[in-house]
Design a protein around this ligand. Sequence first.
Ligand code: PGA
Length: 251
Amino acid sequence: MKIILTKNYEELSKKAAEILAEVVKTKPNGVLGLATGSTPIGTYKELIEIYKKGEIDFSNINTVNLDEYRGIEKSNDQSYDYFMNDNLFSHVNIKKENTDLPDGSNPDADGECARYEAKIESLGGIDIQLLGIGHNGHIGFNEPADHFAPKTHCVKLDQITIDANARFFASAADVPKEAYTMGIGTIMSAKKVLLVATGEDKAEILLQTVKGTVTPAVQSSILQFHHDVTIVGDEKSLSKIMAEYPELISK
Ligand code: PGA
């Protein structure tokens, strides 16, 4: 695992965008696995800046996303589809038909999850998967469990996740209770993984991710078994790793 320490959110976002841009440059028909949440927003802003400078071209890039709320239309401004259009797709020359997310409006959970998994396979897999991390170690919406889910599936969201996401809704009661998410197996099949985290409140879970026991109780801990993971964090999110394992940090 490579752990990159950055000074602050702005620097973190620039570094993460550079890593994504490098994949777009070296594989112009590559597959990006994207993420929502607040942390990647700066990464997308910086990626758009790199695009505007003419350094990268999205015309043959495909994207898939980690997850989507179940029971929500794409046009809903709380959908992850809407988020991706708003924060990235509408600002670059990606073809809309080359972007895919689980379809939260499809009530047929098994059918939709199977379609999505097959789609990722038909694209030849994911070249780089961007991840945020939840306070409970969730990646995508893979919540603490007694197993690691191999494939895209339907999940019930943890109360901690509903509460964390309530800030985007009128109230916690409005947050959808279920989602479709890539499985841990789907994420682990990505050729590269790039995890971004900011703030003190992520310091403990990052420490557990990097050095804790590998357990489905902390789903992100499985990343210890992936051969190409880069974590980009700021000083606060990496504070516990810096204190206990300074040798793991590259600057
Ligand atoms: P955040 O979410 O980037 O908004 O903290 C991360 C996540 O829950 O995956």
